[in-house]
Design a protein around this ligand. Structure first.
Ligand code: FAD
Length: 394
């Protein structure tokens, strides 16, 4: 068979099948196994416009179900792939063995669970799906006491939406600042101050040690000896890649499914893309797994090309964005702790209109702008280059 089977129904999968049918004119059979009830959708609005009640959740759907039918793509929603047999080249799903010529694994990631919360049985949300977003939106109201465990992107975006809805929001962050691992203390400090100005109680270096239901609400015991009573808990402590199928099939899994820059796994007929893929990055010279909307699109395109026999590599600098209150930012590159030795903030940090640059020696390894939308071209062009001393002085 020349059938292409895609496991997963997210943005990476949606982009790959669209590109196969359009750009590459692939006419062979295509099957998409997607365990959620909806056609593939985009998640960024789930913690922004949808949570703010500005947009219906269904607007996040990439293409309507008819597109798949019209393009002869067998989109099977509500269908979970249970097993990959690489010798037989089949995927087992819904009691059937579906044969493939090539397979794309785009199973994404799921919210990391917090056993303390799960075992306590208190009302809690993990924000990953349309259903999660709609349910949380339904709860937001003036005076709702919302406790957010984890000051990551999703926790902070939800904090903003909840404050705008009038909720009383506390963010509990284990590290010294929310987002400090991604942004470093300079920029993370600016964002933390912004949330505090908007009335969020941001508690840093704070861990939850116990969770229990009481007659007044959910009691969160904190490691500083304090107590917090809330009506609802949102857990935003990160995501973990859905690698179990690949692992069981004997593919190399190490912080995601390992692939080369063409997105091929160690089995040439099997590819991986999106949040689940840990990809050899030609520019960075190391494997990279990120959980970014833009990467899901890029990977979808590269996967489609590779499946169609066209030479393509995933070599773009990572890019992501966020929107919180009236603050928007775009970030290019990838600079974790130890990847840079100084951060340069240029512009009006107090007014939150600035650019920030992460430097390793004389190389710019990452850059971002905040509320300075024209600066994105400069950010894109400078990241990955050597610092120009004249620019540094300017
Ligand atoms: P996913 O979107 O996770 O899709 C994978 C799909 O496969 C899921 O539907 C899953 O249920 C399904 N699946 C898994 N296993 C199986 C199986 N065995 N059989 C069938 N189906 C299966 N990124 C940004 O850059 N900027 C943002 O502002 C931003 N905001 C976000 C807000 C939220 C609330 C969330 C959750 C994420 C956000 N992201 C953002 C990250 C971005 O959404 C992800 O990087 C992107 O969704 C990855 O797409 P994907 O297709 O790889 O995986």
């Amino acid at each position: 068979t020349n059938r292409i089977v895609v496991i997963g129904g997210g943005l990476a999968a949606a982009t790959a099948v669209h590109e196969l049918r359009t750009t590459h004119g692939f006419t062979g059979p295509v099957t998409v196994l997607a365990d959620e009830a909806h056609p593939p959708y985009e998640r960024p609005p789930l913690s922004k416009a949808v949570l703010l009640g500005e947009k219906e959740a269904t607007t996040a759907i990439v293409r309507p179900a008819e597109w798949y039918a019209d393009h002869d793509v067998g989109l099977r929603t509500g269908t979970r792939a249970e097993r990959i047999d690489r010798d037989a080249r089949t995927v087992h799903a819904a009691g059937e063995d579906i044969g493939y010529g090539q397979l794309l694994i785009a199973t994404g990631a799921r919210a990391r669970r917090l056993p303390l919360v799960d075992e306590s049985g208190v009302p809690a949300t993990y924000l990953r799906t349309i259903g999660d977003s709609v349910a949380l939106r339904g709860l937001l109201r003036p005076g709702l006491r919302l406790g957010i465990i984890g000051g990551g992107w999703i926790g902070l975006e939800a904090a903003a939406a909840a404050r705008i809805a009038g909720a009383e929001v506390t963010v509990l962050e284990a590290l010294e600042l929310p987002l400090v691992r991604v942004l470093g203390s300079e920029v993370a400090g600016i964002m933390t101050a912004m949330h505090r100005e908007h009335g969020v109680d941001v508690r840093t270096s704070t861990q939850v040690t116990a969770v229990e239901a009481t007659s007044e609400g959910t009691r969160l015991a904190l490691d500083d000896g304090d107590d917090l009573v809330v009506d609802h808990v949102l857990v935003g402590i990160g995501a973990q890649p859905n690698t179990e199928l690949a692992e069981a099939a004997g593919l190399t899994v190490d912080n995601g499914i390992r692939t080369d820059a063409h997105l091929r796994t160690d089995d040439a007929t099997v590819l991986a893309a999106g949040d689940v893929a840990n990809v050899d990055h030609p520019l960075l010279g190391r494997p990279l797994r990120v959980e970014h909307w833009d990467t899901a699109i890029q990977h979808g395109k590269v996967a489609a090309a590779t499946l169609a026999g066209v030479d393509a590599v995933a070599d773009q600098q990572p890019y992501f964005f966020t929107d919180q209150y009236d603050f928007g930012m775009e970030y290019v590159g990838n600079a974790g702790p130890g990847d840079y030795d100084r951060v340069l903030v240029r512009g009006d940090a107090a007014g939150r209109v600035f650019t920030a640059w992460w430097l390793a020696g004389d190389r710019i390894v990452a850059g971002m702008h905040a509320n300075d939308w024209d600066a994105i071209d400069e950010v894109r062009s400078r990241v990955g280059t050597t610092v120009d001393p004249a620019w540094l002085e300017s």
